[in-house]
Design a protein around this ligand. Sequence first.
Ligand code: AMP
Length: 304
Amino acid sequence: MTCRKNRFGKREMKNPAPEMKIIQSVSEMKEWSRSFSGSVGLVPTMGYLHRAHLELIQKSLDACDATVASLFVNPAQFSPGEDFENYPRDREGDRAKLDKMGVDVLFMPDAEAMYPAGFKTCVDVRDVTRRLCGATRPDYFRGMATIVLKLFNIVRPDKAFFGEKDWQQLQVIKTLVRDLNLDVAVESLPIVRDADGLALSSRNEYLNAAERRSALALNRGLQAARELADSGTASAHSIRDCIREIIEREPSAEVEFISICDPESFEELDEVGDGALVALAVRMGKARLIDNCLLEKAQCKSPY
Ligand code: AMP
């Protein structure tokens, strides 16, 4: 039995849940979208679903008449030498989780369907993609923006749901939607963490037990940043140094960046005022972990 809100915001029980439709072809997905008359929520994922993905799905189920989850490990957003081949995959497990939640459609095209022979186009969102993850992952944002625009065109969602763990990705998508006048409302979900504070990520799968413990240093670093800012430290330099010291105590940690920047333009700041973003990328064994926190008193209170 599934439980979801009707258009008046009242919870209604559906019994039995209609079976989740699995669609692999672009034309069939477009046909479904054309023929569905209610509001549609889209949750794009690369699969290997964890609790954060499921919270995004629940947000969509609560807000929309139908929810489409997409599962596609997008080759275009991985550069040579990155983990495309090894990215964790569990199609059957993902399918079962989505079905159980009452998702209406699982869209899981293959690479040939999304990038047929002769594919030439890409979407370049300038400036906001230059710094942070864009500086070290040259293909990431172009590949991501291209696939997100394709998914929007195929599924035609009224709302699309993304996580704040990928803060820069979220800003790139908001910029894309604004600049290209797309008719989709972008909704976001705060970072979902394990009980010990580690931000959930499919890539946490790469961590061995010792690395998993070391990975907690990212959240400790963010917490320290918040405490410093709360106690009146304005110097971004001092806060960066403190985070670096905490993370570099872990022998397996290799800092890629510690940024204290404007949360929309990603320009580095000298002083934190209200609304600074602290963004981290750290290599830990085979995993590249990212995490972030807004140094905005109301938003950065973490229970961890
Ligand atoms: P992925 O499958 O990693 O591409 O992620 C799919 C969506 O889940 C993206 O919008 C991510 O930002 C979001 N997401 C992944 N992990 C988390 C997390 N720990 N908290 C919030 N959102 C997340």
